[in-house]
Design a protein around this ligand. Structure first.
Ligand SMILES: *Cc1c(COP(=O)(O)O)cnc(C)c1O
Length: 432
């Protein structure tokens, strides 16, 4: 007999019985068993199963996004194809000299080629990009923002709060619905102010209509103060040359999105944007534009705290190379999904319904998501099934995330890769 201390047999036995149902490491199941015995001694078995299932369900897993929201914030925004390798990469190693290099050189060159920016750096997300720009260029000074653009982007990212955290002072100009160039020039001329930047923020997640007026980047650029355009969505160029041969024309909502190339042509000194919205890449934030200003951001102590990891840099580089190669619609999942023809989506839906033997092919409106292009819908097709089956579909080993409305479940195929149609078929066949 072993003389080593052992777990009380009941805990260990319970944990072993859990392992038949829940694929978690033994130590975690032991923890569930122990907590269950403590909290519900008379109903430990059921409670332990519940704890183990809850723990298992809280882990991150791949899911099939059948919501029709292409950039679903709860599902990680832009989906990415990832390669699994255990190798290192040369993130800060210069391959020519064999000495230390900069993690920004490669993507900075690519972003310059694609947008005309003199230089670029990458941080963890666009909130960090805005924060760093303000801290590096306007600490202790004033930044003019239109009252109509002093927005909350979501997740408590509010322009006035970010401004305060960065040490810059917000100077509100104009009104909620109308802000003119003269509002900015007055703020600059006022002896009370020390305006370091004019900041134009794209109110990505809402639109105001009616008696409105705002001041363009081109007009702001005439004021003699650097203009920072937070374009948010990360559209590189609103003429979308990568869509040629994939869509007959650039959709109107895209042509109207603020884009990095055009903002820089119009005279923005810097643009900031997310990597995982319309760019279609990994979560990150990009600061691009005038070299001297980008260098001031790169030299700020916050940069070290905000820098992304080597794998993010590699995934961003791979996304940018697809733009350079004009293979975006093949290689970048977001653009692949967006450019699928409705005819092909309908054919897929028909085939799924036929294979499953139930459900109905329906026309649907997919959404871009991630606060991009609010109100814009993208034509789609999918499958409608009687009853709300979201929970069952979520409970699968490879969960399918669907929408339900008025007691009907909808599978929108615009956000599902065709390779996953077989998974949808299997999931729908197994609905009782
Ligand atoms: C989305 C967005 C942000 C925040 O970007 P994250 O990458 O989510 O941090 C900031 N500004 C604008 C205009 C946005 O659209």
């Amino acid at each position: 007999m072993s003389t080593e201390p052992t777990h009380p047999p009941s805990v260990d036995a319970l944990a072993r019985s859990l392992s038949k149902d829940v694929p978690l490491p033994h130590a975690l199941l032991v923890d569930c068993a122990r907590r269950a015995i403590q909290s519900h001694p008379t109903d430990a078995v059921n409670t332990a199963h519940q704890y183990a299932h809850e723990l298992h369900r809280s882990l991150l897993v791949d899911v099939v996004n059948a919501t029709g929201v292409l950039l679903h914030t709860n599902l990680g925004r832009a989906p990415l194809r990832t390669s699994e390798t255990s190798r290192a990469n040369n993130v800060e190693f210069n391959m020519s000299t064999g000495e230390r290099g900069s993690r920004h050189d490669a993507v900075s060159q690519l972003i310059s080629t694609l947008t005309g920016a003199e230089a670029a750096i990458v941080v963890n997300n666009n909130a960090a990009a805005v924060m760093l720009v303000l801290a590096a260029l306007a600490h202790g000074r004033d930044v003019a923002v239109s009252r109509g653009e002093s927005v909350e982007i979501g997740g408590n990212f509010r322009i006035p709060d970010v401004m305060e955290q960065s040490g810059a002072h917000l100077v509100d100009v104009g009104t909620t619905n109308r802000t003119r160039l003269s509002d900015y020039t007055k703020a600059i001329a006022s002896s009370r102010n020390d305006i370091a930047l004019l900041m134009k923020i794209h109110p990505s997640n809402f639109s105001i209509e009616g008696f409105t007026e705002d001041t363009s980047v081109r007009e702001l650029a005439t004021c003699g103060v650097p203009v920072v355009a937070d374009i948010g969505s990360g559209l590189l160029d609103n003429t979308c040359p990568w869509l040629q041969g994939h869509l007959p024309q650039v959709p109107k909502w895209l042509a109207n999105e603020p884009a990095a190339t055009q903002a820089l042509i119009d005279g923005a000194a810097l643009v900031t944007f997310s990597g995982d919205k319309l760019l279609g890449g990994p979560q990150c934030g990009i600061i691009a534009g005038r070299k001297d200003l980008v260098e001031m951001c790169a030299a700020h102590p916050l940069m070290r705290a905000l820098r992304p990891g080597s794998h993010t840099m590699q995934m961003l580089q791979s996304t940018l190379l697809s733009y350079c190669a004009r293979t975006v619609c093949e290689d970048v999942p977001f653009w692949f999904m967006l450019t699928q023809t409705t005819a092909s989506l309908r054919t897929r839906a028909e085939s799924i319904v036929q294979r499953v033997g139930r459900g109905e092919v329906v026309a649907l409106d997919a959404l871009v998501g991630a606060g991009s292009a609010p109100g814009t819908t993208v034509e789609s097709f999918g499958i409608a099934i009687n009853g709300d089956h979201r929970e069952t579909l979520r409970g699968r080993a490879l969960p399918v995330i669907a929408r339900a409305f008025n007691g009907t479940t909808f599978i929108d195929l615009r956000s599902v890769h065709p390779d996953d149609d077989a998974i949808i078929v299997e999931a729908l066949q197994q609905l009782a």
